[in-house]
Each structure stands twice: as structure tokens, then as C-alpha cells.
Write a protein that binds this ligand. Structure first.
Ligand code: ADP
Ligand code: TZP
Ligand code: MG
Length: 273
């Protein structure tokens, strides 16, 4: 499969992406959507999201904005009626009772085309229980070379149950639509040392699904790979210039801005499980 095609579609279709997202990383998410080629609207007020989402090509719901779940439900239900893809970032969904309850409520009301989270967040969706440490992955949940196949099966089962594409990020990323599952090995460790790399990635997942809605699996693999390659290139620059995580964050967005569709298929490290 040629994954660069999804980026080509983003660049030509320039999807409008509505994001209901957290105040920590909102500006980075908006700039990342612009870097890829689409156009963001970070609007959250429950009085306008039903009307607003109708003119968009994708909706992104980020549970970092836990106080806006009602807006996500109103916007998500309308997006579902109109066939507009909806992406979910289940930020810290297993960590507190409020988050566990609100996540279940959101999943009951809205169908998501793609759900992208770290391994602790996805483990909560798959198995319940209390998971995660704040917004970061818990070491015991991380996907590694020893558990990658077993994790792939859990993720595929979750994708079938929720009828969606599931993307787990980390050192090894997994993407599954329930029929096909891949492990992706791009990226670098510095990506976990800035806040927002996950939120930006889910924003891209919404954007790519909006541009390539007939093939959300391809769209998701494409944006996960693009993010990973951008991370590798940003890390080269960071080391060359002797800078730190603040510059890395800027380089990461720059590298997506400069990414060509061919770069994705040339740089992808993908294994079908
Ligand atoms: N150790 C790592 N090696 C390579 N890529 C990583 C690593 N940790 C995180 N990433 C990448 O960083 C991005 C954000 O993932 P992650 O840190 O899991 O999300 P979150 O910020 O939601 O916890 C993804 O593109 C992921 O592949
Ligand atoms: C730090 C923080 N606190 C609440 S939301 C948020 C952002 C989390 O972003 P990411 O999961 O992309 O690092
Ligand atoms: Mg996150």
C-alpha cells in the first residue's frame, strides 16, 4: 500500500478540522494541522459546535479538555449524522473516576473513525481498570519487542469491537482496523519529552481521515509515519544545533511542513503483524 497518497490528499483537499481540545497544547495542534496542509478551528462552545462542525471535513475530540465532553457529544453526534470522520484522543482516560466515566459516555454517544492514544490509554479502552500515570504512558503498559504481537491482537480486537481504527503510539506504534494490523518503528525518544506530541498526532489523524475518508487505515498509518519521520529529522537538527526540547517542538512542526508524500513511503518502517 502507498501511504504517501494520504498526504497528497491532505495537500490537495486542505481539510477544515474542528478541534475540541485542551488548553495546554492547542496552539501546537493548530500549527501542526496547518503544517500538514489543512486548516484548523479550535472552537469548543456548546452553543455553536453543532452548527460549526457541519462545515468541516473532520472533528477531533481530545479528552485533555475533560470539561468540554458535552460539546464533544453534541459535535460528534452531528458529525456522525453528516458522515464527517471523528478522531478521539482519550487523554489519561483510565486515571480518574471522572475520566473513566466520561470516556465511556463519549464512546456510547459518538462513533469514532479513529482513536489514537498511548498504550495506557488504549489499555483502558480494551480492558478497563485504572491505567496510566497522569497524561503519560505507564512503563508497564509500553509496547516492546516482547509483547508487540500479543498487543497487536488486543488492539485488533478493540478495533473490531468499536468498529474503528485504533492507533497506539510509543517507541513502537500499532495501527489496526480489526482486519489488518501494523507495527511502525519510526520516531525518537525526544518526542516523549515535549508536551503535545500525542495531541498533535491525534489532530493529524483527524485531518488525514478527513482528507482520505474512504481509507482511514491508510490515513492513520500515513500520519503516524509522517510524525515519526519528522521526529527523526527534528532530532538530527536538535543534536546538530545542540538545542533542547523547546527547539525540538518547533523543528517537529517544520519537518511536517517540509514533508513530501514520497518521504513517507521511503522512510516508513512498517511490519504487518
Ligand atoms: N521512545 C520513543 N521512540 C520513538 N517514538 C516515540 C517514542 N515515544 C513517543 N514516540 C512518538 O511520539 C508521538 C507521541 O506518542 P506518545 O508519547 O505515545 O503520546 P502521548 O503524548 O499521548 O503519550 C508518537 O508519534 C510516537 O510514535
Ligand atoms: C499536560 C497535559 N495536561 C492535560 S492535557 C495535557 C496535554 C497532553 O498532551 P500529550 O499527551 O500530547 O503529551
Ligand atoms: Mg496524550
Amino acid at each position: 500500500m502507498e501511504f504517501g497518497e494520504s498526504l497528497r490528499l491532505v495537500r490537495s483537499r486542505k481539510p477544515l478540522v474542528e478541534c475540541i481540545t485542551n488548553i495546554v497544547t492547542v496552539n501546537d495542534c493548530a500549527n501542526m494541522i496547518l503544517a500538514a496542509g489543512g486548516s484548523p478551528a479550535m472552537t469548543m462552545d456548546i452553543r455553536e459546535v453543532r452548527e460549526g462542525v457541519a462545515g468541516m471535513q473532520a472533528l477531533v475530540c481530545n479528552m485533555g479538555a475533560i470539561d468540554y465532553v458535552d460539546s464533544m457529544i453534541v459535535a460528534g453526534e452531528r458529525a456522525n449524522e453528516l458522515g464527517i470522520p471523528v478522531a478521539l484522543d482519550p487523554v489519561a482516560c483510565g486515571t480518574t473516576e471522572l475520566r473513566r466515566t466520561q470516556t465511556r459516555r463519549l464512546l456510547d454517544c459518538v462513533h469514532f473513525s479513529v482513536i489514537r492514544g498511548n498504550a495506557s490509554e488504549i489499555r483502558f479502552l480494551a480492558q478497563g481498570g485504572k491505567t496510566g500515570a497522569g497524561v503519560d504512558v505507564k512503563a508497564m503498559d509500553e509496547i516492546n519487542e516482547n509483547n508487540v504481537r500479543e498487543s497487536g491482537e488486543i488492539v485488533a480486537e478493540l478495533a473490531r469491537r468499536l468498529n474503528t481504527v485504533i492507533a497506539v503510539s510509543g517507541k513502537i506504534d500499532l495501527v489496526s482496523d480489526g482486519r489488518q494490523t501494523v507495527a511502525l518503528r519510526n520516531g525518537c525518544a525526544t518526542m516523549a519529552r515535549i508536551t503535545g506530541s500525542g495531541c498533535m498526532l491525534t489532530s493529524l489523524a483527524g485531518e488525514f481521515a478527513g482528507a482520505d475518508r474512504e481509507n482511514v487505515f491508510r490515513a492513520t498509518v500515513a500520519c503516524m509515519t509522517m510524525m515519526g519521520i519528522a521526529g527523526e529529522r527534528a532530532e538530527e537538527k536538535r543534536i546538530r544545533f545542540g538545542t533542547g526540547n523547546a527547539s525540538f517542538r518547533t523543528y517537529l512542526i517544520d519537518e511536517v511542513f517540509n514533508m513530501e508524500p514520497e518521504d513517507i513511503d521511503a522512510g516508513i518502517r512498517c511490519e504487518y503483524l
